[in-house]
Design a protein. Sequence first.
Length: 447
Amino acid sequence: PAQLQAQKLRASRERFPLTMTGVVTVRTLAGNEIVQISPVPKTVAALKAELEATCDIQAGLQRMLMQGPDDCSARAMDDGEELLAPDETYDMQLIVDESPLFCWNLEDNPDRSLLKGHGGEVVFTSEKFDYVNVVTQQPVQKGLHFFEFVMHTVGDEQWCGLAFDESRAGYRGSQDGYFYYSGRRSSCEGALHAPKERISVEMFEHVKSGDVIGLLISLPSRAAVFTLNGTVQGSMPFAIPGDRSFYLTTSVDREGDHVELRKRTLEDCPGDALQALNGPLLQIPVPDEAAPKTRGVQPRREAAKTQRVLPDDPGVDWQGEMDAGPEINCEITTATESSSRSVAGQGVFDVQTKIRSDLMIAPESSSKSAGETSLFEAPHACTTCSHSSHEPLFHSWRQAAEMTRPNCWQRLRGCWTALFSRLAVLLRAGVCRAIAILPDHARTRFT
């Protein structure tokens, strides 16, 4: 809008003071006049700011050429170069260069010594750290663009997509953004992670070496579409308030990882991806803008710590639910690996059901004769759980659910210690009984 451009123009003039005379004429390579700026800015950077405010051309993509004295040659001007004759007329040519949108910024990467590459290619040459993130030289601020990540070599896992700012670059950079997660080599599927790494929104196809991840990004529509080898995987909105620019990013994880970023024309974009922008979009969580951005994130390949948590719903009949076994799902709520997974409850709940029925929980409807003991009774006082001698470890499934919460594993371990101690006593008693019924000569020989 004209009002916004006027505000940008006033802000640029306050930031870059102008001289009082002269004029700068900016033309295309064909010689067509774009705009005249007067008075003359002091530096080329100030001139680019004026052009961004008046013509809505991103300053980071502008390349200014100055005509030589013979009008047959031209030289590129640096941003810090000063215009030394403010009272004269300058005739310059403007080239809009979009290569910074898909060229990796390796020079400013904190861990550039571990990387090798040029332009849109990057190779992980030394695995001194677990991984290194890279971002492009300039962010995408406006328009409709189609990019491709060519995954030449994927050693383990990678995140390709959009980062909110350049703080993602390097080891333990920012995790915020929208990413196509390739999945590990032992996995069979990938995922959409948003609005940061390891927050899985939708399952995508697994990415292998040689695959091509496509990314269609539309700033006017505030949405993006991921594809894999030309097949649409999912479309998502930008669940962030206000205008936002995005850096393209990838994450090299193993030594030898090789990723190439290309910018393609919209004619090369799959038609299904363009249609997906106008179709239903996935629900993306809104990122916490108030949360501080830190580089101290947890290493990705640390062993997963799985904690099985039972929902705390007093209205659920756990006795009947747990007997269902394979139909129950259990969420792994703490996972320091790269993605959170949902596993079937067959291996988890079958074991817990067996423990409940055979060892741990005293059936409420059962009755025992005086002096009778069972395997789920503790042989002595448990110092961890304060269970007295010959007392059932758990009296109900609700108590068992409370005891098996993540903060009670220490108590549960003490109960298991008491249980196995009881089993050892019973085993010894059984052996002694077997010896006692043997004939004298056999018992003497056995002992």
